[in-house]
Design a binder for this molecule. Structure first.
Ligand code: CA
Length: 251
């Protein structure tokens, strides 16, 4: 799907079913890019809506509807951030968070709390949550907070990542080379953003594959190679280096 051709974008109050509306074209300008997010939320309709909005905003999202599945996914899969509801069947959000932190996970976590749940917020932050959002909330705020969380976790306060003459605005998904914008597909943008956040090292094909697809998408390592080849064609061969057995690196 080329940038700029995303379908209708969503803006609405989440957590209040009847006030849900799709009215906004604010985000669809350039096709926003992404990394991989885990959403743990048991209310099916609510979760579907959040997920649809995250997808529209360019995130790859896996959804877990109960605490056990959420805990296991977060423990075994490679995510860049998690959205964690606290009230969940099987295992509470707070217990999941404690288990992840106890196991040494530094996964950035945003917790969803109920209205006036200050005790929940305090407990969540004490258990290692990085941010919280009180229900109901605006989708735009969830997306903005996630992006801020991702920037903080990668040590970058500026939403634009720069590397030599290459520039990527992570809020709009626009890539530029020497000041000229380059037309990239959503997957190419995901790969580029992932590599640009990690210019200090080589990234293996399997690491890229684990980060750019959701669990439901077919993960094809060969496809990574194809996307890298296309990126090189668009950006110039020298931009992405390859080291045999080590993977890819920008710069
Ligand atoms: Ca819940």
């Amino acid at each position: 799907m080329p940038p700029g051709s995303w379908g209708s974008s969503h803006e609405g109050m989440i957590g209040k079913q009847d006030s849900w509306e799709f009215s906004c074209s604010y985000w669809q300008r350039n096709g926003v890019i992404t990394i991989r997010i885990l959403l743990v939320e048991d209310e099916a309709v609510f979760a579907q809506r959040i997920r649809a909005n995250l997808t529209e905003a360019g995130f790859v999202t896996d959804h877990a509807a109960d605490g056990n599945k959420g805990w296991i996914l977060g423990d075994t899969q490679a995510y860049d951030a998690a959205i964690l509801d606290l009230g969940l069947p099987a295992l509470s959000g707070l217990d999941i968070l404690k288990r992840w932190r106890h196991a040494g996970s530094r996964l950035p976590v945003l917790i969803l709390t109920g209205r006036s749940g200050w005790v929940e917020r305090v407990n969540g932050l004490n258990a290692g949550a990085d941010d919280y959002l009180e229900k109901p909330f605006q989708t735009q705020e969830l997306v903005a907070r996630l992006r801020a969380l991702l920037r903080r976790s990668s040590g970058m306060a500026d939403p634009t990542i720069r590397c030599g003459e290459l520039e990527l605005d992570t809020t709009t998904g626009v890539a530029r080379k020497a000041g000229r914008s380059v037309d990239l597909t959503a997957l190419e943008l995901r790969i580029l953003e992932y590599l640009m956040h990690r210019t200090e090292r080589f990234v293996s094909q399997s690491e890229l594959r684990d980060h750019i697809y959701s669990v439901e998408e077919t993960r094809d390592t060969n496809a990574v190679e194809v996307h890298i080849a296309r990126l090189r064609k668009k950006l110039g061969r020298g931009i992405i280096r390859t080291a045999r057995g080590m993977g890819y690196r920008i710069g």
